[in-house]
Ligand binder design. Sequence first.
Ligand SMILES: [Zn+2]
Length: 151
Amino acid sequence: MTTKPSSIAFASLWRVRLPDRLMSQPTRLRSSRHAAFIKQGGRCYYCSLPMLPSNDEQEQVKVNASQHLCTRLRCTAEHLIARSEGGSDKLKNIVAAHAECNQRRHRMDTPLQPDRYRKLVQTQVANKCWHSQKALSVMSKLQACTLNTPH
Ligand SMILES: [Zn+2]
């Protein structure tokens, strides 16, 4: 099987695991986010399109895009039950979502519940009015990387 260097880098990201003894609170969230990223096959919970790995791993995936766009497309942890409502940082309460999709929910006057927001986003994606053309172009390259990743 022939793989491009970028897909090898992408695959190696998926094997990063932190030992349990290093689980401080922020580390727990980071670990849950990473696990959610893998569980979802690198795809956003809301729009189902490929995400860039989050900040600390980002330099390992080379995409030809502005820093601003990369930031919007990176993976963030979304709490299904908000922390303010007692939701934990454990994986069962965490999904991985684009920073963009995550922030757009929180910017709503009255943020929808995650499942309802997801339906709204999926409709917008189907109508091609959610992500910009530039963002879609970057994500199509990420998709190619994902397809080359051995399972
Ligand atoms: Zn998304």
